[in-house]
Design a protein around this ligand. Structure first.
Ligand code: FMN
Length: 197
């Protein structure tokens, strides 16, 4: 069975360096044998999550976000770095989710102006962990100078993105199976965190 992976684009813009990184991540995950869906947040027009608005759950964009996340075993999350953090639209994606990410696995990639990406990568990993997901202890960051006209030309960054895609495809199904088995034990301590979901 091939891994089910969702690649999330955290850019709100039609023209962004993020898009080439998403393309490379998707191509690489498919090369690793995964079944891949993309969630392109600039195309979804997801409203700001309002926990008091029960009507939001009926929106096609919200249903797409929740359905795709529930389907996935693993994620490749690509964020532009905004003020040392993930983009607002990627954080908004997180805010619609919680049980859909528990026991899942993610690799994280940042696209920055010139920074190292550490801040936004850490932010994404924190949010994923707070949704009870696990992240790859390896990540990638592409700076503005790594692109020409929106195309990534850094062989080093490309190599890291490809390694992340292979690792997410490799580990996500293993973790998913372990989490499902743990959940089948019920809510006792032996089920670990899975028993709380
Ligand atoms: C509001 C804002 C904040 C930004 N903050 C940072 C930052 O903290 N560090 C950095 O290296 N680049 C920063 N940048 C540059 C973006 O990370 C970079 O241009 C990225 O490619 C933007 O992706 P986008 O085109 O999808 O918006 C910022 C850009 C914007 C618009």
């Amino acid at each position: 069975m091939s891994a089910r992976i969702v690649v999330v684009s955290g850019s709100a813009r039609d023209e962004s360096n993020v898009h080439d990184v998403v393309r490379i991540a998707t191509t690489s995950a498919r090369a690793a044998g995964a079944e891949v869906r993309e969630v392109l947040l600039h195309a979804l027009a997801l409203p700001i999550m309002d926990p008091g608005d029960s009507e939001q759950a009926k929106l096609a964009s919200v249903q797409e976000v929740r359905r795709s996340a529930a389907w996935a075993e693993g994620f490749i999350l690509v964020t532009p770095e905004y003020h040392g953090n993930m983009s607002g639209c990627l954080k908004n994606w997180f805010d619609y989710l919680y049980p859909e990410l528990a026991g899942k696995f993610a690799g994280v990639i940042a696209v920055t102006g010139g920074g190292s990406g550490d801040m936004s990568i850490t932010a994404v990993k924190n949010s994923f962990a707070w949704c009870h997901g696990f992240t790859l202890p390896f990540h990638a960051a592409a700076r503005g100078t790594d692109f020409t006209d929106g195309a990534l030309h850094s062989a080093r960054v490309m190599d890291r993105i490809q390694r992340i895609a292979y690792d997410v495809a490799r580990y996500a199904p293993i973790l998913g199976r372990a989490f499902d088995e743990a959940r089948s034990l019920g809510d006792g301590q032996a089920s670990g965190v899975a028993g709380l979901h």
